[in-house]
Design a protein around this ligand. Structure first.
Ligand SMILES: Cc1cc2nc3c(=O)[nH]c(=O)nc-3n(C[C@H](O)[C@H](O)[C@H](O)COP(=O)(O)O)c2cc1C
Length: 197
């Protein structure tokens, strides 16, 4: 039997920060459950912001040629996505947002080029979202969760689970919370089982 495929995206500019540590744990869990996980570090890639030129109106293909196409194809060929981003000004990091905006080309393909009726939108895949913020406000993750839900919709993806942790600021803060790391590991394990069907 083929291993279920997951793409894991590091959306923080900080390589060994809190979201990266949590994401690594989720990946470890998923691999321990037999998934094939491919890791992508956004800060190592060249991905332009969306330039709103709507070259994608031609055939639903983004006209800007850079590392976006590579990431898009990997995501679309996987059954699952792990996406990790810190809270930056109450939304996702710029690296994460640039990737998200480039998927407007897929939105255009689905709804304007292929004219798929909205009611036929089915979420055939699953996504796990991981985030942390320095503060502890009740609404800390509200803005980003709305963006993530709509982003996942474009990918035909259900938000399977969101792991959200407050009051983590310095790089190693998450290490003071082994319970968060354990939760991320278990989520990774369960996720891999969930996409194995
Ligand atoms: C540009 C920038 C904006 C930030 N904005 C917020 C914010 O709006 N709310 C908050 O609670 N923390 C904010 N933070 C703090 C980060 O969310 C926090 O340091 C987090 O632990 C970083 O995660 P990482 O280690 O995975 O990069 C911000 C940090 C930076 C660098």
């Amino acid at each position: 039997m083929q291993k279920p495929k997951i793409v894991a995206i590091y959306g923080s500019p900080r390589r060994k920060g809190n979201t990266a540590t949590l994401l690594k744990k989720a990946i470890e869990g998923a691999r321990d459950s037999g998934a094939d996980v491919e890791e992508i570090v956004l800060r190592d890639l060249k991905i332009s912001p969306c330039l709103e030129i709507y070259g994608c109106l031609q055939a639903g293909e983004c006209a800007i040629k850079d590392d976006f196409q590579l990431v898009r194809d990997k995501i679309l060929n996987a059954q699952g996505l792990f996406l990790a981003s810190p809270v930056f000004f109450y939304t996702v990091s710029a690296h994460t947002k640039m990737l998200m905006d480039r998927f407007q080309s897929l939105w255009v393909k689905k709804y304007w080029v292929d004219k798929i009726p909205r009611e036929q939108q089915t979420n055939t895949r699953k996504g796990l979202f991981i985030s942390v913020g320095a503060t502890k406000g009740k609404k800390l993750f509200d803005g980003m969760l709305l963006s993530i839900r709509y982003f996942f919709d474009v990918l035909d993806m259900e938000l399977w689970k969101a792991l959200l942790y407050r009051e983590l600021d310095f790089q190693d803060d998450v290490l003071k919370h082994p319970e968060y790391l354990e939760e991320a590991y278990l989520a990774g394990k369960q996720f891999a089982r969930a996409i194995s069907g």
